[in-house]
Ligand binder design. Structure first.
Ligand code: XIL
Length: 349
């Protein structure tokens, strides 16, 4: 390579890869081959710097809480979309997409639902009405939904009731039986045939049993003609989760041929810092983890790459206590993690 070409090569390729020239990089959304999302809540609007970041860097937003049952359905017969509407309309005004999260989940339940005394017919009606009311309200504005969230235990059984260590409660399954998941997807398709329907869960990257249970569910859906378009891997992960397992989990979900959404990504460093890891080393390792995960998404067949959603913009927004798992720090500055993510987007899979 002659000197001018060497310089040009350095400027065009190596400089961005090295994470240098800070402030000159393109926004993530401009270099991403798939859609990028983040969560948003009403209180974010009070922070103009955060607003500027998510508008500049992301294609899509997800409401962190406002669309959950607790956040949108104050009684069995009343829905309140005030907050969700504000967030959705703001996103649409700024040319962004919205991913709906989440229609049916065993958590974030309001008291009226936990205390509901009806029989299985009444429970079914509540579930169906909820799915269809919410989806019809946002029809034409929201094109993808987490229809059911977290139906399985880590041991691969369905969540029904807390029985032994590691098993969790799910009222929907208790009241309606394990096939409630399939019916949710049928109700969702009826409500909005144009929306992409996702099953969302965590742990596919560390629990072989849960992974297999999800695959079994998808193949049973296929046999029975139950509609589903994609799988969300939440991927609330951490430094010590082996890359090979993450790749295995992602590939297993992709083996269904469905869309794959890394739907709630964050990379926790708390444990390592508490154990005395050097903060600079932790920051570097976090950046490497993000880079790797982005590359794994890029390695999937293109048509299955739905995208990646970060579970928050800055470390001040994270749901994890005393942790710094995101791409921007609490002062809204890009972290090394951001540069790792960026490198992952730029590199060949
Ligand atoms: C979390 C929110 O971020 C918190 O603010 C809330 O208190 C609890 O829920 N899996 C999910 C998300 O699917 O909805 C959860 O979000 C995080 C774990």
């Amino acid at each position: 390579m002659t000197q001018p070409f060497r310089n040009l090569f350095f400027l065009l390729f190596l400089l961005p890869l090295m994470g240098q020239g800070q402030g000159r990089e393109k926004p993530l959304r401009e270099v991403a081959p798939f859609t990028l999302g983040t969560t948003l809540e009403m209180n974010s609007f009070a922070r103009p710097e955060v607003v500027a970041i998510y508008r500049r860097e992301f294609h899509r937003i997800t409401c962190g809480n406002s669309m959950k049952i607790k956040g949108s359905q104050p009684t069995a017969d009343t829905f309140d979309f005030t907050m969700a509407d504000s967030i959705v309309n703001d996103a649409l005004r700024h040319g962004q997409l919205v991913h709906g999260h989440t229609l049916i989940w065993g958590k974030s339940l309001p008291d009226w639902l936990v205390n509901f005394q009806g029989d299985s017919v009444a429970w079914e009606q509540i579930m169906k009405t909820r799915i269809q009311t919410v989806m019809r309200h946002f029809k034409g504005r929201i094109h993808s939904w987490d229809v059911v969230n977290e139906a399985f235990n880590d041991d691969g059984t369905m969540r029904t009731v807390v029985k032994k260590k590691g098993q969790k409660e799910n009222l929907w399954c208790q009241k309606l039986g394990p096939d409630f998941v399939a019916r949710c997807f049928q109700y969702a398709r009826e409500a909005d045939p144009d929306a992409l329907l996702f099953y969302n869960d965590y742990g596919q990257e560390y629990s072989e049993a849960k992974n297999k249970a999800i695959l079994r569910m998808i193949s049973s859906f296929r046999k029975r003609g139950i509609p589903i378009d994609g799988i969300g891997l939440q991927l609330h992960t951490s430094l010590d989760r082996p890359d090979a397992l993450i790749l295995k989990g992602i590939r297993a979900m992709a083996s269904t041929g469905l869309l794959v959404h890394i739907s709630e990504l964050d990379v926790s460093v708390k444990k390592q810092l508490d154990e005395g890891m050097d903060p600079a080393a932790a920051a570097k390792a976090q950046a490497a983890k993000y880079e790797t995960i982005v590359k794994y998404m890029k390695s999937l067949p293109e048509k299955q790459q739905f995208g990646i959603t970060l579970w928050g913009v800055t470390d001040a927004d994270t749901w994890l206590k005393n942790d710094t798992p995101l791409l921007w720090d609490a002062h809204n500055h890009k972290k090394q993690a951001w540069y790792g993510f960026y490198r992952g987007l730029l590199q060949k899979p």
